[in-house]
Design a protein around this ligand. Structure first.
Ligand SMILES: Nc1ncnc2c1ncn2[C@@H]1O[C@H](COP(=O)(O)OP(=O)(O)OP(=O)(O)O)[C@@H](O)[C@H]1O
Length: 470
């Protein structure tokens, strides 16, 4: 008996004897194997299932998502488990199942299909909910374990010594319960720092609630912050409303744009910080709250205090520790770190391999970035969309950014000439690559890191044909 035959018999025996249902598809989604248990579950005959695309048999299938995610590398694991409430069961029986889904690869790591294993549970809905609860607990503990292995400041990037110093202060202050005031220009990461402090603190498993003091109309601010009792005012919701302070209880309350907080509310906030209790609008008794406050502002609070628009007593309560963020123009060595990180995320998401041209890099480094990292992220995202999916170049950047170096580039006074030069350059690269791969477009596209269809489009645009005269 050949080894293949022996394995086939073992496989059939396993499929037959198992209490679980099994279904297997090839890489195109066509069902190649299914066992009797699964056929039973679906209430269909095997011969009416085999050879059909899976979505025809199970309309809500997740098998394509599982294969896609694995292909994209979004998920390194190969097992996907979640409770699945069957909608295509036979009769009116309520049958619940847990689905484990696996991707199948050949010896060259090429995806050749996927398999689902169904653990059936013909029990009451309560049991299904038990399963859901157990899974929830499992994922929560997994998440918490993961959090233990990551630093809250992992996302706060930068190699400049000033950024490193800021990270060190953030990590230190996170271990205390002091109020923190974060100041700095727009887009310099104030909110990111606040979140990082929360994640690093002992309150990390409790909520962090964010309030943008500049975005809530003054007349709503009090009820948003402190909540209201039922019947507090004519349009008050039945049952009242819980305010942000209560929502953040035992956690962190992030008061963004604190400089926009109206004076009457500054008084109320100060009272809460002193007394550790709030009073709902229309309420009669104080409610104790345990909240750590982190506030942020772009405004100059010192000046506001001098002008009488920000209370000094509140300032000193909030600013037990102050953190001043650093504008991007003061650590330009980090510009390409952020730019590359943003481009890498876009490349990963859209399965592309776009790069910055030398001139685009020069522009990014020369610009002063008044909107800081947020502006940089936005510019890269829009340049990515405007690019030809291979390279972000001068023409993909807003003129306020590209103008800075345009005059330094020979021929750039005549944009047409530069365009022609770029076309020629691109055409040369494509021709050379095609030649190297003996005019095999698939191999050339792979080498250039683009989809075959895109390479064909470019060849058409650049008038490149696959002939001996390439
Ligand atoms: N050092 C940094 N590392 C990584 N990303 C950063 C950094 N600084 C800012 N960012 C990113 O820039 C964007 C803006 O950051 P954030 O909202 O924290 O800034 P902000 O100072 O609170 O802005 P605003 O004052 O306008 O509210 C976010 O996408 C954030 O992730």
């Amino acid at each position: 008996m050949s080894e293949d035959h022996r394995y086939k018999l073992i496989f059939e025996e396993l499929m037959d004897k198992s209490e679980d249902g099994f279904i297997i598809i090839d890489s195109h989604g066509v069902i190649t194997d299914i066992n009797d248990k699964y056929c039973d579950f679906l209430g269909r005959r095997k011969e009416n299932i085999l050879g059909h695309p899976i979505e025809q048999i199970i309309s809500t299938t997740s098998m394509y998502d599982v294969m896609d995610r694995r292909q994209r590398g979004d998920d390194e694991g190969s097992i996907y488990m979640h409770p699945y409430i069957a909608s295509e069961t036979k009769g009116s029986r309520h049958t619940y199942a847990i689905a484990n889904r696996f991707c199948i690869f050949d010896e060259n790591e090429q995806l050749i299909g996927a398999m689902a294993q169904m653990k059936f549970k013909e029990r009451s809905l309560d049991i299904a909910h038990e399963v859901l609860k157990a899974e929830h607990a499992y994922y929560k503990s997994e998440y918490q374990n993961q959090m233990l292995n990551t630093s809250g400041f992992d996302k706060y990037l930068g190699n400049d010594p000033k950024i490193n110093a800021l990270r060190t202060i953030g990590l230190k202050v996170a271990k205390t319960d002091f109020s923190v005031l974060i100041t700095g220009e727009t887009g310099t990461g104030k909110e990111l720092i606040a979140k990082s402090i929360h994640i690093e603190s002992e309150r990390a498993n409790e909520p962090m609630v964010c309030v943008n003091c500049g975005a809530i109309p003054m007349e709503l601010m009090e009820s948003e912050m402190f909540g209201y009792e039922e019947g507090a005012f004519t349009s008050a919701r039945k049952g009242g409303k819980i305010g942000k302070f209560q929502l953040a209880n035992h956690g962190t309350l992030f008061l963004d744009e604190i400089g926009d907080l109206p004076l009457p509310l500054q008084v109320k906030l100060l009272r809460v910080l002193q007394e550790h209790e709030i009073e709902k609008v229309g309420g009669t008794k104080p409610i104790p709250v345990d909240v750590r406050i982190i506030a942020a502002t772009r405004k100059n609070l010192q000046q506001m205090m001098e002008e009488g628009t920000f209370r000094a007593d509140l300032y000193y309560r909030l600013a037990v520790v102050t953190i001043d963020t650093i504008p991007l123009r003061e650590h330009p060595e980090d510009i390409m770190l952020y730019a590359n990180m943003c481009l890498q995320q876009l490349n990963h998401k859209f399965k592309t391999n776009v790069l910055f041209s030398k001139n685009a890099t020069r522009c990014l480094l020369k610009y002063s970035w008044p909107g800081n990292v947020r502006e940089l992220d936005n510019v890269i995202s829009s340049a990515f969309i405007s690019s030809d999916q291979m390279m972000i170049d001068l023409s993909d950047l807003p003129s306020k950014i590209s103008d800075a170096v345009r005059h330094e580039i020979p021929g750039e006074e005549h944009p047409e000439t530069l365009k022609t030069l770029l076309y020629q350059y691109e055409a040369d690269i494509i021709r050379e690559t095609l030649k190297k791969y003996e005019h095999n477009v698939t191999d050339a596209a792979k080498h250039l890191g683009v989809e075959r269809s895109l390479l064909y489009k470019k060849m058409k645009k650049l008038n490149i044909t696959i002939h001996k005269n390439l």
